[in-house]
Design a protein around this ligand. Structure first.
Ligand code: T3D
Length: 263
């Protein structure tokens, strides 16, 4: 597969997708959306891929929409941003959150606008110490999209989310970790080694079971306890029928390392 705006490769069960428009801080064009969609579809459909790792090249992770793609001159016909979300950003967030495999994000630099919320939609987020998160939308009269108004309050609570969204402040990675926005802030040179190590580990784990965990935790935000207990029952029933469950229990009983196949 040849791509112009991303790098994509698969090794040891891990698909690595790297945004690659470093001169524009990896901001999204239509072409980049198309290529990311294709890479994510490959990741979803190939059962030998058991984890997705996202990152960016250069000093940015992703600066959201490429604003030079937007006609805003006084005499221009205004773009329909709702259509842009329908066609591009919303399907991307659905694909990441609905992916039945773990999605790891390694935020290598500034993550702004949709770039920040794409990172926050991933399952486990690492950030380099020099990286930062900016809900830049309010600076140009927009609202946080790509799930930001849903994800942020759930990660950091209403008070923090409201201020992050209304002020558009630059939040350094260490503060993002302290706020509970991300899993770990690590030294810059440790970012890819740590994120790759975790991705490779997850690619050897019970993939289907991890998918059920993801489904249950994501559903919990809109479920009552009663609904969640029922969901846990249903998913545990399915998990208990996987080969990996059988392998896990046998390996425990025989005091050996389990060899999970992902199903
Ligand atoms: O429109 C729709 O489809 C609706 C959906 C919208 C989703 C969104 O994401 S809206 C929000 C869009 N993003 C932003 O508003 C962020 C814009 N970028 C910035 O505010 C700053 O670049 C940063 C705070 C992220 C980083 O600042 P800094 O000083 O470190 O870098 P810089 O000098 O501003 O940027 C470096 C280059 O990247 C520069 O290009 P140049 O001058 O060297 O040729 C800059 O223009 C370019 N760049 C950065 N962000 C974007 C961009 N070019 C186009 N679009 C960008 N979003």
């Amino acid at each position: 597969m040849h791509f112009n705006t991303i790098e994509f490769g698969v090794e040891a069960g891990v698909a690595t997708l790297v945004f690659n428009r470093p001169d524009k801080l990896n901001s999204f064009t239509t072409e980049m959306h198309r290529e990311v969609r294709q890479a994510i579809k490959t990741t979803r459909d190939d059962s030998s891929i058991r984890c997705l790792l996202l990152s960016g090249n250069g000093r940015g992770f992703c600066a959201g929409q490429d604003l030079s793609d937007r006609a805003v001159a006084p005499d221009a016909i205004m773009p329909d941003l709702g259509e842009s979300l329908d066609k591009n950003y919303n399907p991307l967030i659905r694909a990441l959150t609905g992916m039945e495999k773990p999605v790891i994000c390694a935020v290598n630099g500034v993550a702004a606008g949709a770039g920040a919320n794409i990172a926050l939609a991933c399952d486990i987020v690492f950030a380099a110490r020099s990286a930062s998160f900016i809900q830049a939308f309010c600076r140009i009269g927009l609202i946080p999209d790509s799930g930001g108004t849903w994800t942020l309050p759930r990660l950091v609570g209403r008070a923090q989310a409201m201020a992050l969204a209304m002020l558009g402040d630059k939040i350094p990675a260490e503060q993002a970790q302290a706020l509970g926005m991300i899993w770990r802030c690590v030294d810059d040179e440790a970012l890819m080694p740590e994120a790759s190590r975790l991705a490779r580990h997850l690619a050897t784990q019970p993939t289907q079971g991890l998918a059920y965990i993801k489904r249950a935790i994501n559903a919990s935000f809109s479920n009552t306890l009663e609904q969640q207990l029922e969901l846990e029952r249903d998913l545990q029933r399915l998990a208990g029928r996987t080969r990996d469950y059988r392998e896990g229990v046998q390996a425990f009983i025989h005091k050996r390392k389990p060899e999970f196949q992902g199903n």
